[in-house]
Design a protein around this ligand. Sequence first.
Ligand code: MEV
Length: 352
Amino acid sequence: TGGLALEQADRLIENAVGIYSLPLGVAANFTINNKDYLIPMVIEEPSVIAACSHAAKLVRECGGFFASADESLTIGQIQILFENKSGRLLGSAGEKILAARDELLALANEAHPNLLKRGGGAREIKVREFPDTRVGPMLVLHLLFDTRDAMGANLVNTACEKIAPRVEELTGGRVNLRIVSNLSDRRLARANCRIKNDLIGGANVAERIVQAQALAEIDPYRATTHNKGVMNGIDAVALATGNDWRAIEAGAHAYAARDGNYRALTNWDVAANGDLVGALELPLAVGIVGGMTKAHQVAQLALKILNVESAQELATVMVAVGLAQNLAALRALATEGIQRGHMKLHARRKIV
Ligand code: MEV
């Protein structure tokens, strides 16, 4: 019936005045890496779960989804300013940071001894130079931190705050921001699938899906809607499991524009044998411990239904759901149109 008591809500946020409910459903038919899953989804939009379950069924008949996720390398950023508006006077500050790599990693690890015991911790330091900004020369230190089964924002923020004073000493600069980056491009998840074209409705339908894909590759107006469909599935699982869907959304859309043009996150092609083949890759910084995943009883239940053992496994499930959701949308758009199925399910609303 919701999973969150008013007293808990009051501790989670400020000025809490109530609890806002959304439907929790379960998508069926998913096989991912040869394992079967039931997928809890929190969403208010009719037909998303039905469409997703149907697409998963087609894919299951052809072997299921195959998916993988990078280890949980979360990026923390430290902004270092040199207050010299004439510009280009970064000198050797970046080299000094890199020379102190081991010291800085050890210092960052001091912030999280328990995470270290679980095999996580600071992994890499990178420096990016912006010699000529409107506030003078700037360095950005990236701290790459393996946050294991946590989404990791708090862990990384604390680690960045821990090393910032030493970074100031090393560089002679002044640290301003110390914060996680939501462009989690070291935490990518990817899925692919293959569907026999007779299952999808024939060669003609497969071809129309590829034509839809082609538009989403060249036109941001269509790519935005195409990706919105992908995120219908991913956000619903993020909500069900208590994950930060705003962080996931921000990362996904930035990744979709990584080469300067905003484009589709998925890819669809017809293979030589006529099968429709699909793929999706996006950053997925998700967790199964900490934050809402722990505090919210429904999030706990959702994780139990999912039966995932790690944040990486949750990311593989979510990327497969995103691909299924996109397949379902494109198939409907390329055949009967979205409104017929949508409206049939909308009509049920009158009953309640
Ligand atoms: C609706 O929530 C999502 C779609 O518009 C996605 C798409 O057009 O690909 C159906």
